[in-house]
Design a protein around this ligand. Structure first.
Ligand code: GEK
Length: 232
């Protein structure tokens, strides 16, 4: 795994964060050192998906990056027949996912998750992806996702939440503990401004409700990072 040192050097200008080659090259290290609970959440996402996926079931992985969630789902379903559609709008990310995961059951799509027609899905996962959409595009996407689920299907969505200062401060401690310097933390924060726009937990739950998800449960939380299982 290549260590993330992207924001180590002092920059005179901070460009908006993008999922480009440089980010993709260090991505597995970056996400593990940045999101508390990431590995457990991804591992359990697979177990949750496997419970919903009968043989032949279809699922979608929205913003698949290097394919960690898809890999977890495949591990949990074992040899069962299924179809996983793994989508990412970043060319280097989807190329890395396709190189990492060679399995006939996966279709990789280099596409925007807002442009996909979701059909007959037993499970749809969006692990830390919706927070990168413009806020006004989130409800229309959630409506499409809900319509694309089977009646017994479930949507799993994970996001950073805007919370009280204590968890946000502890999240910074988590990053420091994982070797990020104050300069790296502040430069990355500046790069993410206006790119990653987070909502409160209440706002996320209200939006899911507005999209028609009547049964929403928070199944995972680590500091200011949460994951919700949404069904209707
Ligand atoms: C994981 N789920 O490892 N359409 C498609 N992809 C998008 C869009 C969009 N509109 N916007 C952003 N992405 C992964 C981690 S990372 C989270 C997800 C993070 C993609 C983007 O290219 C990136 O690969 C991913 O969403 C977000 O479990 O970096 O914090």
């Amino acid at each position: 795994m290549v260590r993330d040192g992207l924001y180590q050097g002092k920059r005179t200008q901070i460009d908006p964060f993008a999922f480009d080659d440089a980010v993709s090259d260090v991505f597995p290290d970056m996400i593990r050192r940045s999101i508390p609970g990431y590995q457990s959440l991804v591992d359990i996402t697979g177990l949750i998906a496997a419970k919903r996926m009968r043989p032949g079931a279809r699922c979608y992985d929205l913003g698949c990056s290097h394919g960690a969630t898809t890999a977890s789902i495949l591990k949990a379903v074992g040899d069962h027949r299924c179809e996983i559609i793994a989508i990412d709008s970043s060319a280097p990310m989807i190329a890395a996912a396709a190189a990492n995961l060679v399995d006939q059951r996966i279709s990789f799509k280099h596409a925007d998750i807002r442009d996909i027609d979701y059909v007959d899905a037993s499970f749809i996962a969006a692990n830390f992806t919706l927070q990168f959409l413009p806020p006004e595009d989130r409800l229309p996407l959630l409506k499409k996702v809900r319509k694309g689920l089977r009646h017994d299907g479930v949507f799993l969505v994970s996001e950073k939440v805007d919370d009280d200062g204590e968890f946000a401060e502890l999240h910074l401690d988590f990053k420091r503990e994982n070797g990020y310097s104050e300069l790296e933390i502040s430069q990355k924060r500046a790069a993410l401004e206006n790119v990653m726009r987070i909502d409160s937990q209440d706002m996320i739950l209200a939006r899911l409700h507005d999209a028609g998800f009547t049964d929403c449960r928070i199944w995972f939380r680590c500091l200011n990072w949460i994951s919700i299982l949404a069904a209707s």
